[in-house]
Ligand binder design. Structure first.
Ligand code: NAG
Ligand code: NAG
Ligand code: NAG
Ligand code: NAG
Ligand code: NAG
Ligand code: NAG
Length: 325
């Protein structure tokens, strides 16, 4: 082989490796809608109990929106925010058959977990809380990013720190990424900094500017975020009804290294939070919160979905090496 040819094939090889690596999460992917609901309903003990809840205003259907999702084995856990009256349970699940995927009972009622009693308003008997309380101006809403345009309408939110993701196991969970909802910026701090602040007796440690890194800018605002075993950060793009990914191995987020993973104007409105299962799927719960907050939900349409996208990875809790098995 001539030197020139060798060089050319080496370059081609390097290029193809880079392209493959990048392409592991490049280009928008197909997604499955696993469940879809016009309105949230619960699995009550009996139809009579449901009637009673409705009558006593213990259940006001239009005040219920699920905001959090976590997949575990044959269950998809969904949390329902108690922002308004008439939310009978806040921690719930629906059964999920991993082999079937998109489920036959596409709008199952949410089952309170572990029980109705546990979900009684004000019953915090079983919750053990451990939190670190740190603050920094980067966690506040950015006055220049309050407006989110969805389906041609402007929605104004002034919401501070919202999306948080811990870096993957192979990074030793060393970094915490965060973004206020009303902001395009993603910041990071070292987990050690947060841990130290947590051990101090002082509440509300003010982080130094030097402890906060501006990682980059997204195309739109984001609610939840998560990181997979490969170190890819996944986050919603609220103004684009999309989900994007960025490889945290890259030092900075740029326009060029963020990749749109899924997008759909109707089905992926407000991709709220994320969870990654052990079969290689990223789950999200697009829930049209912009309509919920402005009381403009149209309940003859689907407002709440659970979708999954094959990303061939696992959650940040797993080492990359385990993916090879
Ligand atoms: C992330 O970037 C690193 C370094 O360029 C690369 O080795 C790795 O394959 C990338 N990961 C993904 C999932 O694209
Ligand atoms: C899941 O669905 C498959 C295929 O229909 C069925 O064989 C299996 O029994 C189901 N698993 C559970 C736990 O229901
Ligand atoms: C609170 O939850 C606990 C644990 O599930 C349960 O034993 C208890 O009865 C509940 N208390 C009320 C007032 O519902
Ligand atoms: C939405 O807000 C932007 C500024 O953020 C403005 O330029 C645009 O005209 C607004 N659109 C509508 C439909 O009000
Ligand atoms: C994680 O910790 C292990 C053990 O201390 C160390 O060998 C490894 O280099 C660390 N990895 C990173 C990415 O910091
Ligand atoms: C609600 O959705 C239905 C079905 O898409 C549509 O026919 C109807 O016009 C919508 N109502 C409003 C007020 O937008």
């Amino acid at each position: 082989m001539s030197k020139k040819l060798l060089l050319a094939s080496l370059i081609a090889l390097v290029l193809s490796i880079c392209t493959t690596a990048r392409c592991t999460f490049a280009q928008p992917k197909p997604y499955d809608v696993i469940y879809a609901w016009n309105q949230i309903d619960f699995q009550f003990d009996s139809p009579q109990q449901r009637e009673q809840y409705l009558e006593n205003r213990g259940f006001i259907p239009e005040n219920n929106a699920f905001t959090g999702i976590k997949v575990s084995g044959d269950r998809v856990f969904l949390t329902v925010a108690r922002w308004l009256p008439g939310v009978p349970a806040t921690l719930t699940y629906v059964s999920y058959n991993r082999t079937v995927g998109p489920q036959p009972n596409k709008s199952p009622p949410l089952i309170p977990y572990p029980s109705w009693e546990f979900n009684q308003e004000g019953n915090c008997s079983v919750i053990h809380d451990r939190s670190w309380f740190v603050q920094h101006p980067s966690m506040k809403a950015d006055p220049d990013a309050l407006v989110i345009n969805i389906e041609g309408k402007n929605y104004t939110f002034e919401t501070a720190l919202d999306g948080i993701a811990l870096s993957n196991r192979d990074s030793n969970f060393s970094t915490i990424y965060f973004s206020p909802l009303s902001s395009l910026n993603v910041f990071s701090i070292s987990s050690e900094t947060a841990r130290q602040a947590g051990t101090s007796n002082q509440a509300g440690i003010q982080l130094k500017d030097s402890e906060v890194t501006l990682v980059g800018k997204k195309e739109s605002q984001t609610d939840g975020m998560t990181i997979d075993a490969n170190g890819v950060l996944y986050y919603g793009l609220l103004g684009m009804s999309g989900i994007s990914g960025w490889n945290t191995t890259e030092a900075r987020m740029t326009d060029a290294n963020q990749v749109l993973v899924a997008q759909n104007d109707a089905e992926l409105q407000w991709p709220d939070t994320f969870s990654i299962d052990t079969d290689g799927y990223l789950f999200a719960n697009p829930n049209r919160l912009h309509r919920f907050f402005t009381k403009t939900s149209n309940f003859t349409e689907i407002n709440f979905r659970v979708v999954r996208i094959f990303i061939n990875s696992k959650s940040y809790m797993y080492s990359k090496e385990l993916l090879m098995e």
